[in-house]
Design a protein. Structure first.
Length: 160
């Protein structure tokens, strides 16, 4: 593995996405698929570096099934459970994300979700449903992960 410098060249804060330019020789790119065609019950893969350096910087691949196409904002049961991020998303409006029946960990955020047959990317791991504290996510993972559809990637790429 080679260490490379990276710099941010575009962001989409609503979807928590950033486009980075990486110094050095270009690396092969994954093709973006048509995420509007993704349906519940379909199986995909995602590859990332869960828990960072704890497991070593070795890519790990997980299976995931799309459980639902759902709004990114999950309503809070009580007002005292609202946080700044949720309030901002409520003000800006919601958009659809993929709910996956997969366990992702810190370090998987930003991992591509892709079709195992074609390698085309249909989404990017965004967040994990956490039951309790963030620390408990490692010991008691929920098995629910959210991915931003690939269609949302096209806006920051277009500003490149």
């Amino acid at each position: 593995a080679e260490l490379r410098a990276a710099r941010e060249i575009a962001t989409e804060t609503d979807a928590d996405l950033a486009l980075l330019a990486i110094d050095g020789k270009p690396l092969p790119a994954l093709a973006l698929g048509d995420s509007s065609r993704v349906r519940e019950g379909e199986r995909y893969l995602f590859t990332g570096f869960p828990i960072g350096t704890v497991l070593g910087l070795i890519p790990v691949t997980h299976r995931a099934m799309v459980s639902a196409r759902t709004p990114i904002v999950i309503p809070a049961l009580r007002a005292d459970r609202l946080d700044a991020r949720t309030v901002r998303r409520l003000k800006l409006g919601s958009f659809t994300v993929f709910q996956l029946d997969a366990t992702a960990y810190p370090g998987n955020s930003g991992s591509p979700v892709y079709d195992p047959a074609t390698g085309t990317v249909i989404g990017v791991i965004n967040s994990v449903f956490v039951k309790g504290t963030k620390e408990s996510a490692l010991q008691h993972p929920s098995g629910i992960t959210y991915a931003i559809p690939a269609e949302r990637l096209k806006e920051p790429l277009g500003r490149r």
